[in-house]
Write a protein that binds this ligand. Sequence first.
Ligand SMILES: Nc1ncnc2c1ncn2[C@@H]1O[C@H](COP(=O)(O)OP(=O)(O)O)[C@@H](O)[C@H]1O
Ligand SMILES: [Mg+2]
Length: 233
Amino acid sequence: MEALIKIENLCVKYEEKVALDGIDLIINEGEKIGIIGPNGAGKSTLLLAIKGLIKFTGKISFPGIRRSDVGLVFQNPDIQLFMPTVFDDVAFGPINQNLTETEVKVRVKESLEKVGLSGFEKRPPHHLSEGEKKKVAIATVLSMKPSVYLFDEPTTGLDPLSKYEITKILCSIDRTMLIATHDLELISKVTDRTIILNDGKLMAEGYTQDILTNKELLARNKLYPLEQLLKCR
Ligand SMILES: Nc1ncnc2c1ncn2[C@@H]1O[C@H](COP(=O)(O)OP(=O)(O)O)[C@@H](O)[C@H]1O
Ligand SMILES: [Mg+2]
């Protein structure tokens, strides 16, 4: 497997708070990796550092790709959606990639189809439901066809149907991805590998199935065991 992203001794400090403390991680092509951990563990910080949006020490290299080939879907869609219409938001990335008008239109059409929102082109994003906003935010990244997707809490705060739909969308994306989430059901369905972050440290790394069935490990990291969720598989 080819490494797409290599993280070595990554440390992030916000004023006095150490948010990430010596993280080492290799992300190989095609891997779908879950990042779990309690609130404040450093999950979002890890994604922001990979995307290059915050200051860090240590090294993040991209042997097989460019950093611009990494697409981040923010936890809060209101940060991602800033144009007057859904079309403009989803077209924004492809336009910046200097695609032709026809190509941009195709990208927007395909991306909205993929998230189940064909026909939403003229709607103002700020009037959509939370679930719809999350889906449009995903479409704004899909339309750029990145090599690696970073999802920050893609299902958090959504009703069961929206969670189900977004889980399906993530399942259907055949690309390397990292998913930071509290939603253990989501990572059990979508990811092969999972890491646990706690207080800025990488506490465990392994097959998702092994991590999610290790009650003692989960409890130690303020994550609760999950029998009832594992039954859903
Ligand atoms: N902009 C910021 N300024 C100061 N502290 C921050 C900032 N962003 C995050 N933190 C702190 O860094 C730690 C990790 O935060 P975060 O990466 O958001 O965790 P998670 O996504 O796992 O909930 C937390 O203690 C949080 O309060
Ligand atoms: Mg977070």
